[in-house]
Design a protein around this ligand. Structure first.
Ligand code: BEZ
Length: 212
């Protein structure tokens, strides 16, 4: 069965451009972004991996490790990484899994046979430090993902975990957030949100972003 939000992210051992990886050990206490792409030496994938490399500091600031995957082999990955570095003016600083035997692709349901029988689609999973799946997105091969959106979702998830708030539609860092509906105790709310809040409706309570 396909993975769902809240499921334990399956552990695996697989080769990568940076050697053999035991996934849960490799994640350690970090958040993780595991993302697949259809193939090495393809244009959209080249830009995506270049973008991810350039966002290294943004991922690190949030305690996130990135790891890519395709069904191509380690030597192909290594050659392609040189191309990515040259063409995208960056240094790929994360591993690319070499999933030739489709072990990880199958565990994470990254092959959608009606789209392509053998290649992975653009799947992406955000995994939290408890190894729970917190975001699943799937894009078609022809559309590169927006990695700023991935960072935005991670910011939202971390705000929820740390401050009991959720983020409204189109929320951007610094905008007001909403107090989660499960929080009802006025005394707790006053303590948690010293900047106050505005109840537009009893169920819609806006408060300044707590970590700003
Ligand atoms: C690409 O990564 O550029 C790509 C892969 C498959 C289909 C179309 C584009």
């Amino acid at each position: 069965m396909a993975l769902r939000l809240g499921d334990l992210a399956p552990d695996f051992e697989q080769d990568s451009s940076e050697g053999r990886i035991r996934f849960h050990d490799w994640l350690g206490e970090s958040w993780g972004v595991l993302f697949s792409h259809p193939a090495d030496y393809t244009p959209v994938c080249t830009t995506e991996l270049g973008l991810t490399a350039k966002l290294k500091d943004e991922f690190a600031r949030r305690g996130v490790k990135a790891i890519a995957l395709s069904v191509d082999g380690v030597e192909s990955h290594k050659g392609w990484i040189q191309d990515i570095n040259e063409t995208q003016s960056t240094t790929v600083n994360f591993p690319i899994l070499a999933d030739g035997d489709r072990k990880v692709s199958q565990l994470y349901d990254m092959i959608h046979p009606n789209a392509n029988e053998t290649l992975t689609v653009r799947s992406l999973f955000v995994i939290d430090p408890k190894k729970k799946v917190r975001l699943i997105i799937t894009y078609p091969a022809s559309t590169g993902r927006n990695f700023n959106e991935i960072l935005r979702v991670i910011d939202s998830l971390q705000l929820t975990d740390n401050h009991s708030v959720a983020t409204p539609g189109n929320w951007q860092d610094g905008d007001d957030v909403v107090i989660v509906p499960s929080l009802k105790d006025e005394a707790v709310i006053r303590e948690k949100f010293p900047k106050g809040y505005k109840a537009v409706r009893p169920y819609l309570r806006l408060t300044p972003q707590p970590n700003k």
